[in-house]
Design a protein around this ligand. Structure first.
Ligand code: PRP
Length: 210
């Protein structure tokens, strides 16, 4: 995958944890822990270009020049599965706002269906991170970016765990300005729209539903 806006983590810890996440024997509790941990590491990379301002800080020994992040960040989990990516990232960026978007994929058509939208009245952040473990057809992520752009957010990044080539093609064609940060790009989508080899259904595996 050579798309300039796609960033696939090559960090050994991400690779190690992603393998545990894929394992069908990993239980719900461990699965949630791994989603949280990998999300932190991916968002560390996705926030690498945040704008800084300098500020003076006094240590116990001297005054020196330090930095403060200037941009406000919005975390936008796509319900349900994106929820598991919020808490860890929020600990890293405690000033972030969290906006919930409910989008599920119709099992027959594979088209995204928006069912919940809890955005504030106005966009009050400079950067939104759309959080969703799976980028399969790319329909849900594209729909989420549509909502955010129509609402006025200019700088948006997608952060997911596993992408299919089809999802990357769809999202980057529809929103070429949106960088895509993932832990892996898998082989293909199967006939029912699941990423192969993937990890199964990220929502079900986090929340213990069948
Ligand atoms: C999954 C996943 C993404 C979407 C990806 O959600 O979490 O949101 O499908 O598929 P797409 O790229 O083809 O749109 P699902 O619809 O299973 O809902 P859930 O999170 O409530 O389980």
């Amino acid at each position: 995958m050579t798309h300039p806006q796609v960033f696939v983590s090559d960090h050994p810890l991400v690779k190690h944890k992603l393998t545990l996440l894929r394992d069908e024997r990993t239980d719900h509790r461990k699965f949630r822990e791994l989603v949280r941990e990998i999300a932190i590491m991916l968002c560390y990379e996705a926030t690498r270009d945040l704008t800084l301002v300098t500020r003076t800080v006094r240590t116990p020994l001297a005054e020196t020049t330090g930095y403060a992040v200037q941009e406000d960040v919005g975390l936008v989990p796509i319900l349900r599965a994106g929820l598991g990516m919020v808490d860890g990232v929020w600990e890293m960026v405690p000033g972030a706002q969290v906006w919930h978007l409910g989008i599920y994929r119709d099992e027959k058509t594979l088209r995204p269906v928006e069912y919940y939208n809890r955005l504030p009245v106005e966009p009050t952040v400079q950067l939104c991170l759309v959080l969703d473990p799976m980028l399969a057809t790319g329909g849900s992520a594209s729909a989420a970016v549509d909502v955010l752009k129509n609402w006025g957010v200019r700088r948006i990044k997608f952060v997911g765990l596993i992408a299919a080539p089809e999802g990357i093609a769809h999202l980057s064609e529809r929103h070429p300005d949106v960088p895509i940060h993932v832990a892996a790009v898998d082989d293909h989508l199967n006939e029912v729209g699941f990423i192969v080899p993937g990890l199964g259904d990220a929502g079900d595996r986090q929340f213990g539903t069948a």
